[in-house]
Every structure is written in C-alpha cells, then in structure tokens.
Design a protein around this ligand. Structure first.
Ligand code: DX5
Ligand code: ZN
Length: 226
C-alpha cells in the first residue's frame, strides 16, 4: 500500500459571509488553506440553492488557491465547460446525478481539469468502481448534500476504508476527500479510515479565528495513515 498524503484542508465557503466573499476567501488563503471548496446547488439535485459560475469567476482573479468545485446539479454536462472557464481547478460531479457520469468525467479531463466523483451516503462504494480510471479525487459525502452544519454520518467510515482500498488497488494517485460534519472530533476518524482531504465549512467559517481553526483540523488529522 502506498503512503497517504498528509491531509489537505479545503474550507467550504458555504458557511462564509456571502456579502464579503472576497475577504472571506482571502482570510482562509492567508490562514493556510490548501484548496477552496465551492458548493454549487441547483434546488433540484439537492434541496437548496447557492451560486453559479459568475461568483467563481469573480473570485478567481483575487485568489491563487486551487478552486475545488462541488457540483450538486442535475443535469451537469451542459455546465462543465462554463465552470472550467470560470476558473475551477477541480470539478466534482455526483455519481447519482445521471446515467452518464463516465462521459462527464471524460469531459472534465478533456477540459484539462482534475476530475472528482462525489458519492452520497446511501450509495455503495462499488457504484464508482468502473469510473476510477478517470478520477483524481473521490469526495465522500459524510452528510446528505444540501446544507452546512449537519452531523457527520458515522456509517460512512467503513465506506471510506473500502474506497481507500479500491483507490490503492487502482494503482492511481487518488485523493479521498470527506465533506460534511468535519470538525476536530470527526477528523481523526475520517483520516484514520483513509481520507486525505478535509472539506470543512462550519468548523472553519463558523469560528472566529480561521487560521487557528484550520491548524486545529490539521493537528487532529495526525496520524493520518490507516
Ligand atoms: C454540503 C456541502 C458541504 C458543506 C459542509 O452539501 O457539500 O461542502 O459546506 O458544511 P459543514 O462542514 O458545515 O458540514
Ligand atoms: Zn461540498
């Protein structure tokens, strides 16, 4: 088994102050964030609405952080190029968002972006077995997507372990992210199971000192090897 990477921290702007978005992004960039997680919701695939490509484009000019764009939209294919052009570096599509996710992942790669596959709590790990050859990142939803501030679903830990084994067996360098309910309590369990990317909204933007909150998560993620 190849060594895991030290876990990366990706603050989710879903919990940031939307009226001061540029400042909120700059604050986590200065505070040591590795990636910036941007949650796009359509009120159809998930029961909530957030923002689209124009906001991502507006933020792009002021930040050097890799933009990790989580598309909770259906259909997704008509919008991939738009998000790539807006400045996404990684684009996550949901395995549950339609029958042609294989094509979506091919499109993301053809656009020169890192391809992520997001997987909801009720979906088994095996559902993504036949797209792993196209994937750079697996995003394990540890809550039902749609809202920040929800409780971490413990049953996902065994799925993370299973996906880590599948990723290692693929021989490809695949990051495994966890998204939802990530804080200093849940982080060690997620990283011990094999996660090496942590998305956190409330646990960073819900705190007064973002740098301190990110350091606390990083500290909680050690030791990270299963
Ligand atoms: C939920 C989003 C998450 C959300 C996580 O659908 O995908 O990225 O921002 O929020 P917390 O960290 O508060 O659970
Ligand atoms: Zn997300």
């Amino acid at each position: 088994m190849t060594a895991l990477h030290p876990p990366l921290i990706a603050p989710s702007v879903l919990s940031a102050n939307f009226a001061r978005m540029a400042e909120e992004v700059a604050a986590v960039e200065k505070g040591g964030a590795d990636w910036l997680h941007l949650d796009v919701m359509d009120g159809h695939f998930v029961p909530n609405l957030t923002f689209g490509a124009p906001l991502i484009k507006a933020l792009r000019g002021d930040s050097k952080l890799p933009f990790d764009v989580h598309l909770m939209i259906e259909p997704v294919d008509p919008f991939l190029e738009m998000f790539a052009k807006a400045g996404a570096d990684h684009i996550h599509v949901h395995i549950e968002a339609g029958p042609h996710v294989h094509r979506s992942l091919q499109t993301i790669r053809a656009l020169g972006k890192k391809a992520g596959i997001a997987i909801c709590p009720a979906t088994p790990a095996s559902a993504i077995a036949h797209v792993l050859d196209l994937v750079d990142i697996i995003l394990v939803m540890t809550v039902n997507p749609g809202f920040g501030g929800q409780r971490f679903i413990e049953s996902q830990l065994s799925k993370i372990r299973e996906l880590r084994a599948m990723a290692e067996a693929s021989g490809r360098d695949i990051r495994i992210g966890v998204d939802g309910g990530i804080d200093v309590e849940t982080t060690p369990r997620a990283t011990a199971a094999g996660a090496d990317m942590l998305v956190a909204g409330t646990a960073i933007y819900g705190q007064s000192d973002y740098a301190r909150a990110m350091n606390a998560l990083r500290e909680a993620s050690r030791p990270y090897a299963p």
